[in-house]
Every structure is written in structure tokens, then in C-alpha cells.
Design a binder for this molecule. Structure first.
Ligand code: NAP
Length: 509
């Protein structure tokens, strides 16, 4: 059986017993083992700081962009093999695997483009020099400089390719070395991409490390110049945020956590219209894509009470066409969940929803493996149905909630989720949609407005774009990633330089 190695201090290594066994979620068969037990995480971080940091900081943005282009090409050149590995290690359909893997190479290519635009500089400027003295000579200039530590990336299991790439692209372009710790259940794909990256030879020594297996004492070794970017559940997030070394050194932490994303059908939308169809298509896509294991999936669907019957009928008609099964077979839309632990967690969530809601549709699924029957539930009770606003069932599951049609009412219902990554609003009436969108904005990192005019162009709310920010307030973790050049700021220190204008120009030009 394959043993998944870590890449630390420029060497491929693995830890000692006990090993964790990783399974093919379709069959339940063991496919790989890993262990990070006994690996010296502190030495790995010191090596990355000592070797990788200086090497990256010596490069211009354009040169770092070349590295990203090489990493993107490595993924693209092995696309078919990676898609197959995604199926056997993560249970993804071909289309779901492409979403992850092409998303990874696409994000790297996009950041290579950003780096090329930034050109031959090594630091970023924030605004123009501002006069701060009696004469024009004495000025203040804000600059962004790379931090001297390691970008520690702790990822969730659900995007083993994109999760690795979207974080690494930004940190490497900013000039920080990366240590990635992927979600263990699906780490085989991350590890294979890491091997391909190392083989390219484009990464400076120490610029990239991979820790496969438990985080162990990794965070005990963080220092004041390190950054931690975490994606995963809110309980793990709270442990990371409260870790004594993180608190002691005020380490910068970015959290991407749970989100009960909402989809809202406007009262003006007529059944059968383009906007209505867009709503139906995007809800069904979100519920089925990656078996609902996307942080941006819709979990709560708000429908005007007097449109409920038609909207539910349209959703159920589409959902009945969904086939759940072996992701290697043609025509399968939904594969298994990624691991036995996920199957248990989603089964438990389904049972909790069954207790408070009415099933509107339950799909069929094979027994065995990590399959679950997808479900759409109706939940009444509005704000009082607390479970549906608080508990994220991370699988092919969503709830429909009626509302009376008012903007304030729907804003309050959506906000009961406590902050989300994305909300989608479907309406052709700006007088209704305007207050809803602006009312929802403080609760979200992204709002997707579906309307007649864009019904055939939109990739849907579930797709994270590298040029737009990803993250959200409150329950969603309070973090922010990507967003083009904005994403670099997490890995840079903003410093205000106060000096003689001429002298400053000498060192900054
Ligand atoms: P998780 O159990 O919180 O694990 C996330 C990562 O943290 C894994 O790499 C895990 O390692 C690691 N980890 C666990 N305990 C740790 C600790 N004490 N110190 C340091 N690292 C630790 O989450 P998951 O099950 O992988 O992912 C599902 C959750 O992620 C869902 O709730 C979903 O909403 C959220 N998610 C959010 C986003 C977003 O962008 N907002 C995206 C995807 C997923 P092991 O795998 O080795 O346990």
C-alpha cells in the first residue's frame, strides 16, 4: 500500500507508527497510509524561514510569477492522472475532480498574471507619499513588505488540489515560504501534486514544505513573523486561534470556517422565467456538486410562501434526475462523501434535520462505501428553527424555508446564520433586491445577484473566483483570502515610513 510522505527540510520523509489508513470512499478499501509521528515540525519551520524566505524575497514579483506558472503547468501536464487519483482517494466524479484540479491550476495561473503585472518590484506601495512636516520634504509613505516567517496553511479535506494551490499561490507571490498541512483523509492528491511541484525544480530550496498527517506540535513552533491560514471546521478554528503560541506571539491567523450559505428567491420572480430557472439550476448544482462538500454550497433556500409549491416542484423535478453512485461510471452526478468520518457526520446531520423538517426529496444511494442519500427538507418556524441556521450539514443536503416576501424579514432570517461566505439573491426588481443585498452585505464576504441579464453567464455562487475575495464574517471565520492583489496583504507587513522624500526615493525606487 502507498505510504504518503511529507516533504520537510527538502527531504521526503514519513513518520512512525501508528499509521492512519486512507480509503477509497467508493469501495471503502484502504488505498494509502500516512503518519507524521516523530517528524520535527519545528526544524521544518526553521529551515523554511532560513532558506526559503530569503530566496523568495530576493526575487521580484515577476520572477515569483514564473514559479507559479511552473506549478500551474505541473498540474495541467498531469491532469488526467490527477483526476483519476481524485476519484480513488476522494470519491469525486470526473466533473468534481476537474473543479478542484482545474481550479488549482487556474488560480496559480491567475496569480502568475497578477505577479507579472506587478513586475520588477519586490514590495508593494500603499498610496502616495503624504506631507507630514512643515515643508514638502518630510513625508510618510506606506509600504507592504514580505513577512520573514512561514505561511502555514492548514487545509480542509474537501479541496485537496485547489486548497493547496489557492493559498500557496498568494503566499509565494508575496514572498513567503509555505508549509501546507492538508486534510488527512484526501491527502493523497495533495501529496502527488506536491511531488510534481518539487520535481519541476522551479521552487527555491525551502520555499515549500508538506506535512501529511496530524498537525501535532506544529503550532508550538510559530513565531511573530509567521502566518497561519486555516480552512476547516469552527471548533478546530477556535483551537487554533486560542493556541498558546499563536496568542503569545500575536501570530496573524486567517480562518475560513463553516457557512450556512443562503439562496433567496425574490418575490418578483415568475416561475418559468430565466431568473427562476437560474435559481433552480444553481441550487441543484450546489447541492450535487462535490456531493455538497463545498464551503460555498447553499444550505438554506428562502422562498416566498406564495411561490413555495411551484419552486419546490421545480427543484424536486430537477433533483429527481440526479444519479448517486460510483463516480467512475458515466452519468453519475453525485459520488460518495470523502471519508467514513464525513459519512457519519452527514448521517447525523440528516437525522437532526429529519427531526425538525419535512423531507421534500431524498435521493437513492448505493449501500456501502461513504455514500449517503442526498436530501432536500422543508423547515418551518423561521428564526425559531435554530438548528437550520446554526448547524452545517457538510454534504448533499439543503433546507427550504418559506418567508413572506419582505426585505427586512429575509435579511433577519439570513443573518440568523451568523455570517456566511456567500449569499445568492435572485430577482429582477432592483427596488426589492437593492435593500436585501445591501442589508446582507455586512454578513457576507460575497453576494451573488442572479437576474435575467446574467442568467446565461454566471458560474453560480458556489464558484470561488481568484480575483474576488473569499471568506466571510462571524461563523464563516472572519477571514478573507484571494481577491487578486488584496490577498497578498495577509502575507505582507504594512509599514509607514517617515522620512525625507529624496532619501526615501533613493531606497524605494
Ligand atoms: P477540520 O476537521 O476542522 O480539519 C481541518 C484541518 O485542520 C485538517 O487539516 C485537520 O487535520 C486540521 N486539524 C485538526 N485539528 C487540528 C489542530 N488541533 N491543530 C491544527 N490543525 C488541526 O475540518 P474538515 O473536516 O477537514 O473540513 C470540513 C469543514 O471545513 C466544514 O465545516 C467546512 O465548512 C469547512 N470548510 C470551510 C471552507 C471555507 O473556505 N470557509 C472551505 C472548506 C471547508 P486532519 O485532517 O489531520 O484532522
Amino acid at each position: 500500500m502507498q505510504m504518503l510522505e511529507s516533504y520537510l527540510e527538502g527531504e521526503w520523509v514519513f513518520g512512525g507508527e501508528p499509521f492512519q489508513t486512507l480509503v477509497d470512499p467508493t469501495t471503502g478499501e484502504a488505498v494509502a497510509r500516512c503518519s507524521a509521528r516523530g517528524l520535527d515540525r519545528g526544524a521544518a519551520l526553521r529551515y523554511a524561514r532560513r532558506r526559503g524566505g530569503p530566496a523568495l524575497r530576493a526575487l521580484t514579483f515577476a520572477q515569483r510569477a514564473e514559479i507559479l506558472a511552473g506549478l500551474a503547468a505541473a498540474i495541467h501536464d498531469h491532469r488526467d492522472a490527477l483526476i483519476e487519483l481524485s476519484r480513488t482517494s476522494g470519491g469525486t466524479t470526473r466533473s468534481d475532480a476537474k473543479f478542484d484540479i482545474d481550479g488549482a491550476s487556474g488560480t496559480l495561473q491567475y496569480y502568475a498574471y497578477v505577479g507579472k503585472q506587478l513586475g520588477d518590484d519586490k514590495i508593494l506601495f500603499d498610496g502616495e507619499p503624504e506631507g507630514i512636516g512643515r515643508s514638502k520634504r518630510f513625508v510618510g509613505q506606506h509600504v507592504w513588505v514580505p513577512r520573514l516567517g512561514v505561511a502555514i496553511h492548514i487545509n480542509a479535506f474537501n479541496f485537496p488540489a485547489w486548497g493547496l494551490a489557492e493559498k500557496a499561490a498568494v503566499a509565494l507571490l508575496a514572498g513567503m515560504p509555505v508549509l501546507c498541512k492538508p486534510g488527512t483523509a484526501t491527502a493523497a492528491l495533495t501529496q502527488r501534486i506536491a511531488q510534481l511541484w518539487v520535481e519541476t525544480g522551479v521552487l527555491p530550496e525551502g520555499a515549500f514544505s508538506l506535512l501529511v498527517g496530524s498537525a501535532g506540535d506544529l503550532l508550538d513552533h510559530v513565531g511573530p513573523q509567521d502566518c497561519v491560514a486555516f480552512t476547516g471546521g469552527s471548533q478546530t478554528a477556535a483551537r487554533i486561534r486560542g493556541h498558546q503560541a499563536i496568542v503569545a506571539h500575536n501570530v496573524r491567523v486567517n480562518i475560513e470556517a463553516d457557512s450556512l450559505n443562503a439562496s433567496i428567491l425574490g418575490a418578483d420572480v415568475e416561475p418559468g422565467s430565466d431568473t427562476f430557472q437560474m435559481f433552480v439550476n444553481q441550487v441543484v448544482r450546489d447541492l450535487s456538486q462535490k456531493a455538497g462538500q463545498k464551503c460555498t454550497c447553499v444550505r438554506r433556500i428562502f422562498i416566498p410562501a406564495d411561490r413555495m409549491d411551484e419552486a419546490v416542484a421545480a427543484l424536486v423535478e430537477r433533483l429527481e434526475g440526479i444519479r448517486v453512485g460510483d463516480p467512475g461510471e458515466r452519468g453519475i452526478d453525485v459520488g460518495p462523501l470523502a471519508s467514513p468520518a464525513q459519512r457519519s457526520s452527514v448521517s447525523e446531520g440528516l437525522a437532526r434535520l429529519e427531526a425538525i423538517g419535512t423531507p421534500l426529496w431524498r435521493g437513492e444511494a448505493p449501500g456501502g462505501g461513504c455514500f449517503v442519500r442526498p436530501g432536500l427538507f422543508r423547515v418551518d418556524g423561521g428564526l425559531e428553527a435554530e438548528l437550520v441556521h446554526e448547524h452545517e450539514v457538510f454534504g448533499p443536503v439543503a433546507s427550504v424555508l418559506p418567508y413572506q416576501g419582505g426585505a427586512e424579514e429575509v435579511i433577519a432570517l439570513v443573518a440568523a446564520g451568523g455570517g456566511g461566505l456567500v449569499a445568492s439573491v435572485y430577482s429582477d426588481d432592483p427596488d426589492w433586491a437593492g435593500p436585501v443585498i445591501l442589508g446582507l452585505a455586512p454578513w457576507h464576504g460575497r453576494i451573488h445577484w442572479g437576474s435575467r441579464k446574467v442568467h446565461d453567464q454566471s458560474p453560480g455562487p458556489g464558484t470561488v473566483m481568484p480575483n474576488l475575495i473569499h471568506g466571510g464574517p462571524g461563523k464563516a471565520g472572519g477571514g478573507e483570502e484571494l481577491g487578486g492583489e488584496r490577498g497578498l496583504h495577509f502575507y505582507l507587513q504594512r509599514t509607514a515610513l517617515q522620512a525625507d522624500r529624496g532619501l526615501l526615493e533613493r531606497i524605494l525606487s
